[in-house]
Ligand binder design. Structure first.
Ligand SMILES: Cc1ncc(COP(=O)(O)O)c(C=O)c1O
Length: 342
């Protein structure tokens, strides 16, 4: 029998009951469309509270749109965007960043998903040379696609470098709540006071049904973004159904609690794996993902019960993810099955 858990992705998770309830609550009345409603202004207020700044917030349907619109808005087609080779922007958005922004992506090797100013510096040699695209945005993911984290000091360093060199710093925060929970610091300490310009703030992977937010911390850059969102088909007419979800997520610390549970279960999973000599954990487990090299023979039998993705086929490296609804029993069941196929 298939298991109710897959360990494949936090995208496979159900919707948190508080989110469903919030959707039901806004379903009782008519309100003005396109975000001109009290639920949307309430959600925007909550973002300003957590960012500790007068940020501009724009809700969109998905994470790819949040990333692509953030960077498109800050660039012209002759610009380039510097990002990790492993980034979602580079690998998993079907060329949307290039298609919508027209920009070239300049990628940096990043065995642990992170990039540094030292790796970026040489791209600036293209500055002023009309035959080369002109670097304009650094895009990092927090946490990275490999589940690893930038310490706020590292973000600060990147932001200072960006500022000095006329670059913008974008953060793909599809799982930003997991980063905040893991580092145990405030959102403002991580993003506002470090000097980030714009953030893709994720909701879907942390218990929402759908919906992400583009948050311009540097408000000056938000000018006219609303036109780009509409032109890019990301303006929800029934906006309240996204806003209500963010209201519930950002209420009573649900965003942190959900993320904390996901992170805790990844730690629990990793601890159990450490007793299995044939399983080699390949990345530091800092948020809700566990990457591991496993014997090839176990992959299919294990996947029959618990679906998951093969991250690097040549190396038999897999990714196992937990989410807000993963329990200790789920992990115990997974480990029991894993032991039975080893
Ligand atoms: C790091 C990261 N950024 C962005 C996204 C984009 O999400 P979506 O599938 O909603 O476009 C994902 C989705 O898995 C992701 O892992």
């Amino acid at each position: 029998m298939k298991n109710r858990r897959s360990f494949a992705s936090d995208n496979n998770a159900p919707v948190h009951e508080d989110i469903l309830q919030a959707i039901n609550e806004v379903n009782l009345v008519d309100v003005i469309a396109y975000g001109d409603d009290i639920y949307t202004s309430d959600a925007e207020r909550k973002f300003r509270h957590y960012f500790e700044s007068d940020v501009e917030v724009f809700f969109v349907f998905n994470g790819t749109a949040a990333n692509v619109l953030s960077i498109s808005h800050l660039t012209n087609s002759y610009h380039s965007i510097i990002t990790a080779k492993t980034s979602h922007l580079n690998n998993d958005e079907c060329g949307a960043p290039e298609n919508f922004s027209g920009c070239k992506l300049l990628t940096v090797d990043s065995p642990n998903g992170k990039i540094t100013t030292e790796q970026i510096e040489h791209f600036l040699n293209s500055r002023g040379f009309e035959h080369h695209s002109q670097p304009k945005v650094i895009s990092i993911s927090q946490p990275t696609e490999l589940g690893t984290l930038y310490h706020p000091d590292e973000i600060l360093k990147l932001a200072k470098f960006a500022n000095l060199n006329d670059l913008y710093l974008h953060v793909d925060g599809a799982r930003i709540s997991n980063a905040v929970a893991a580092l145990n610091i405030s959102l403002a300490e991580m993003l506002t006071y470090t000097g980030v310009d714009v953030v893709s703030f994720g909701g879907t992977k942390n218990g929402m049904m759908y919906g992400e937010a583009v948050v311009f911390i540097n408000k000056a850059h938000a000018n006219d973004f609303k036109y780009l969102r509409k032109q890019s088909m990301q303006l929800a007419s029934k906006m309240r159904y996204i806003s209500a979800q963010f209201n519930a997520l950002l209420k009573n610390n649900l965003w942190i609690e959900n993320a904390r549970q996901a992170n805790k279960m990844a730690q629990y999973l990793a601890q159990n794996l450490k007793n299995l000599p044939e399983i080699l954990i390949t990345q530091e487990v800092e948020t809700n993902a566990v990457f591991a090299k496993v014997p090839k023979r176990i992959i299919n039998p294990l996947r029959e019960k618990y679906f998951f993705y093969l991250w690097n086929e040549e190396q038999n490296e897999v990714r196992w993810m937990t989410h807000f609804n993963t329990t200790k029993d789920d992990v115990d069941g997974f480990i029991a099955k894993l032991k039975s196929v080893l």
